[in-house]
Design a protein around this ligand. Structure first.
Ligand code: SF4
Length: 700
């Protein structure tokens, strides 16, 4: 028997795990007591990782169909990759590099992300490379950059133990980041004075633990945060010294928030004015650690929400000291690693920006290519719209399931049918997206691959292979490398010389020199001894748990910027025809589209099946009872689902988990209902809100 250390592949908490193996098979998983994210603990999903790894359902061999009327047939890797290279090359020759797109995933390792990004921007010459992290944290990225000057979460998990107030907004941490929530519970046991404020339309398990739950109406977060600032201003709770010494833009924001009195905002948000005042007082008292996730990010004004929360930290000086920081939680295990390598349509390696000509020139030089294209790439929703319109003709999808996870499912399916050539690089054989694949490439997955991941607190951990991949599955970075070498053989071989994940990491590391996330002091050997937080420049002995302790920010002036944006309502308000606010989100024991967790019976014991949760009075008005089948309808589609009464929801609201897709629900998941409106800056879609109607289903 042997034991291999790695990291859980689910949420952005990034728990360390020890994988036990015997005779080439995984036999168990336990928490790594030495890992600082979890100190040996795992949640239900983490403890069943080895079961998901052995549950079958894997893509084992490359499969190709040359006509849409045929089923895919097994082919060799050589034939598969040659065919892919020929199809991509022909489309690029005829229509130019922007006629192809690559859509990747926050579940890829940093090394995989790096190779795909270089493949698109360095070899093919298109910025059409985006990721499901666009659905997860792009509003947090833009919020940090707009206010603090860099996409760098300033705090760390240990701040939980130093905080006087923990302010959770738009996150059901108890379900989505369970081990972090356990740390909060333990901190509250040790320190009964530690206040917990939760902002969430639903009375989730997280909200039930709170000293103060602000059950705001969906999408009204900016009004709430501005109103809290109004109270702080009125009651002299702001830190004038910090504002004067370390920020800019205060005067303008101060005028804006004068309008947001608690009495006025109480009506907008649907909460008591006294609760807004109390939240402001506890926040200002601090030290305050804010934790936030998709409730702020998955919104058509997600950047405004992120920035309005960071305004509160800047106005009270609650940043750069123990227990005080805004700390966005990444939904996926390695969304942060993807940001580091610039694996999105608007980013470049090591937190460089595509719009910056100097950054493009630096990256071109680092990669040894003539230039990096200037034209902005298509972000997630835009990419599928371009496919549907026929502008993007070939699409390469790796390690993600957009046919289930993207909003406005009908549009996404139409796009996948319209594409001339769809490659799906995937570990699991039966996802909704695999159905659309002309070429299926079997990928290795958790427990079978080497590389690194970065969690929500900027901590980079080594991921180790414990067992070989099944069948003919290969590592994601290796598949992309082989494709690059065949697409443009001369340049491909020169630009993609990698023989191991470590080769890729070393090249990525070199691109970070002198940047805010400098990791030139890290190596696989050092990370094998334990995870480290960035920055970690050459010569460092430890990473940095907290940023901006000196009050100097990576902006032109060195000052943090207040962000002045008025409250805007949701993109699709409710009305007489569609009178119910629909919210979507995670359950405790399932993960994303269930391609992995859906394989383990034990993980259905918490919630067995997809349900619409509604307030009991809303159900009575519609003469509905628990277990009734209802038709939920939005402007984009409808689905039939069982309904249940839930005390978590206020009147006029409904909730459907994001996990069950077409494989489980007659071809339709909750994203048949959601809309693809997105934030104008971050391009993150509003998955958290759609206007729907609900009526008893009449089945044929
Ligand atoms: Fe995995 Fe997140 Fe659970 Fe930790 S808290 S075991 S990272 S799912």
């Amino acid at each position: 028997m042997s034991v291999v250390s790695s990291v859980c592949c689910y949420c952005g908490t990034g728990c360390g795990v020890l994988i036990e193996t015997d005779a080439g098979k995984m036999t168990g998983v336990r928490g790594d007591p030495m890992h600082p994210a979890n100190h040996g603990k795992l949640c239900t999903k983490g403890t069943t990782l080895h079961l998901t790894a052995q549950a079958g359902g894997r893509a084992l061999v490359p499969e190709l169909r040359v006509s849409r009327d045929e089923a895919r047939q097994r082919v060799s890797w050589d034939a598969a990759l040659d065919h892919a290279a020929e199809r991509f090359a022909a489309i690029i020759r005829e229509h130019g590099p922007d006629a192809v797109g690559i859509y990747i995933s926050g579940q890829l390792l940093t090394e995989d992300y790096y190779v795909f990004n270089k493949l698109a921007k360095g070899l093919i010459g298109t910025n059409n490379v985006d990721t499901n992290s666009r659905l997860c944290m792009s509003s947090a990225v833009a919020g940090y950059k707009a206010t603090l000057g860099a996409d760098a979460p300033p705090g760390c998990y240990d701040d939980i133990d130093h905080a006087g107030t923990i302010f959770i907004a738009g996150s059901n941490t108890a379900y989505a980041h369970p081990i972090l929530f356990r740390r909060i519970e333990e901190a509250r046991k040790r320190n009964p004075d530690l206040k917990l404020i939760v902002v969430d339309p639903r009375r989730t398990d997280t909200a039930q633990e709170a000293d103060l739950h602000l059950s705001i109406l969906p999408g009204t977060d900016v009004a709430l945060f501005h109103s809290m600032l109004n109270v702080m201003l009125w009651e002299e709770l702001i830190s004038r010294d910090y504002i004067f010494a370390h920020t800019e833009g205060w005067e303008k924001l101060r005028e804006t928030v004068r309008e947001y009195t608690p009495e006025k905002v109480a009506t907008i948000c649907g909460v008591a004015a006294a609760d807004i005042v109390q939240a402001a007082r506890w926040f200002a008292q601090g030290p305050t650690l804010s934790l936030y996730c998709q409730g702020l990010n998955q919104s058509s004004c997600g950047v405004d929400k992120n920035a309005a929360l960071i305004n509160l930290h800047l106005a009270t000086g609650q940043i750069g000291k123990p227990g005080a920081a805004p700390l966005s939680l990444t939904g996926q295990p390695n969304a942060m690693g993807g940001r580091e390598v610039g694996g999105m349509a608007n980013l470049l390696s090591a937190h460089r920006d595509l719009v910056n000509p100097e950054h493009r020139a630096e990256v071109a030089q680092l990669w040894g290519v003539d230039s990096v294209p200037e034209k902005p790439g298509k972000t997630a929703v835009e990419m599928f719209e371009a496919v549907r319109r026929g502008e993007i003709k070939a699409l390469w999808i790796a390690c993600t399931n957009p046919a289930q996870s993207m909003p406005n499912q009908a549009m996404i399916h139409e796009a996948l049918r319209a594409a001339e050539f769809v490659v799906v690089q995937e570990a699991f054989a039966d996802t909704e997206t695999v159905q659309f694949a002309d070429l299926l490439l079997p990928a290795s997955t958790w427990g079978e691959t080497d590389g690194t991941m970065t969690n929500s607190e900027r901590r980079i951990s080594r991921v180790h292979a414990a067992v070989p991949p099944p069948g003919e599955a290969r590592a994601d970075w290796a598949i992309a490398t082989e494709f690059a070498r065949r697409l443009l053989p001369e340049q491909g071989v020169r630009l993609f010389p990698y023989e191991s994940a470590e080769d890729v990491f070393n090249e990525h590391r070199a691109t970070t020199r002198g940047r805010d996330l400098d990791i030139t002091g890290l190596s696989y050997a050092l990370l094998d001894a334990g995870p480290q937080q960035w920055p970690f420049p050459a010569g460092a002995h430890l990473g940095k748990p907290r940023l901006y302790e000196d009050g100097v920010f990576p902006t032109e002036s060195g000052r943090a910027r207040f962000y002045d944006a008025p409250y805007r309502p949701v993109a699709e308000p409710i009305d007489a025809r569609y009178p119910l606010h629909l919210n979507t989100g995670r359950l405790r024991d399932q993960w994303h589209g269930m391609s992995r967790t859906g394989l383990v019976a034990r993980l259905y014991s918490h919630v067995e099946e997809p349900l619409l949760s509604m307030n009991s009075q809303d159900m009575e008005r519609r003469q509905l009872h628990d277990g009734d089948l209802v038709r939920v309808k939005s402007r984009r589609g409808s689905l039939v689902i069982k309904v249940q009464a839930s005390a978590e929801l206020r009147g006029g609201q409904g909730f459907i988990p994001m996990h069950w897709g077409g494989r489980f629900m007659a071809g339709l998941g909750v994203n048949a209902l959601t809309l693809d409106a997105f934030d104008p800056v971050s391009r993150q879609p509003e998955l958290k809100h759609a206007a729907v109607q609900v009526e008893k289903a009449v089945l044929p």
